[in-house]
Design a protein around this ligand. Structure first.
Ligand SMILES: NC(=O)c1ccc[n+]([C@@H]2O[C@H](COP(=O)([O-])OP(=O)(O)OC[C@H]3O[C@@H](n4cnc5c(N)ncnc54)[C@H](OP(=O)(O)O)[C@@H]3O)[C@@H](O)[C@H]2O)c1
Length: 250
């Protein structure tokens, strides 16, 4: 048995959305825990910054630019990837969009990036056997999928609820190759995502008071959950949505 079950030594992990926020922290923490990490996102400068912070004691890290919603980019990504022991589906977006101001095309674009893109990537990685036997998949969903956590975030929440739902079906189907599939449902985490919408800083400060542990999440709060689910410590955990929300949903 491994001395440290939480170590990612010897594992190769792909992290999507690695140029910012939760994905960036996750990539860096995975590399510090011993994993060879492949980072992907669209923005070259920000992705290079993440790449530069990966643990240099581990060989073979790589960065691949790709838009998760563009088929040619996905095909190229698949052609460049080595076998994976871990997959973190973190790329995503959110928009505050009250239903009365919404439209079908806006709903579609939210579902494209938050639901269809990660599901399609997972499907192809499994089908092409790039996901190794016994691999672990972590989807970053949201408590927005289970609670009305922020006014006007219904379509975002619905896209994350859909992701959480398919996670359980994938966990059951992929168990035949011992591939584990889980999700994490974070509460509000302080990343660029929550500051670029229409919610004001005053509204965020007010909302923060709803968190029993007295603050919004930090990216490392979520990344450490990802490390656990990727590690052998979680080898009997599949089909689970891990809520990390400072007590918001109690
Ligand atoms: N922050 C929160 O409060 C919170 C709470 C619950 C769940 N989440 C989820 O956590 C995940 C990460 O969010 P975050 O807060 O870390 O946001 P963030 O800082 O804005 O990071 C989002 C990441 O997704 C990438 N991305 C977006 N669209 C993409 C596309 N079409 N193709 C490829 N990459 C794309 C971005 O990279 P490029 O722009 O370089 O492509 C970036 O790396 C998201 O799925 C979000 O829904 C966040």
């Amino acid at each position: 048995m491994k001395e440290n079950l939480f170590s990612l030594d010897g594992k190769t992990v792909l992290v999507t959305g690695a140029s910012s926020g939760i994905g960036k922290e996750t990539a860096i923490m995975c590399s510090r825990m011993g994993a060879r990490v492949i980072v992907t996102a669209r923005n070259a400068d920000r992705l290079s910054e993440t790449f530069g912070q990966l643990n240099a004691d581990v060989d073979g890290h790589a960065m691949i630019l790709a838009d998760m919603t563009v088929k040619d980019d996905i095909d190229r990504l698949l052609s460049e990837l080595p076998a994976l022991d871990g997959l973190v589906l973190c790329a995503g977006n959110s928009t505050t969009l009250p239903l009365q101001f919404g439209s079908r095309d806006k709903f579609d674009s939210m579902f494209d990036v938050n639901f269809f893109a990660p599901v399609e990537l997972l499907r192809l990685l499994y089908k092409k056997k790039i996901l190794a036997k016994g691999a672990s998949v972590v989807m970053i969903a949201s408590i927005g999928g289970t609670h009305s956590f922020m006014p006007g975030n219904g379509v975002y929440g619905a896209s994350k609820a859909a992701l959480n739902s398919i996670m359980k079906y994938a966990a059951r189907e992929y168990s035949s190759r011992r591939v584990r599939v889980n999700s994490i449902c974070p509460g509000m985490v302080d990343t660029p995502l929550i500051h670029r919408g229409t919610i004001t800083e005053e509204q965020l400060a007010e909302d923060c008071k709803k968190y029993p542990l007295g603050r919004y999440g930090r990216t490392e709060d979520i990344a450490s959950g990802v490390v656990y689910l990727l590690s052998d410590a979680a080898c009997w955990v599949t089909g689970h949505d891990l809520v990390i929300d400072g007590g918001f949903s109690i």
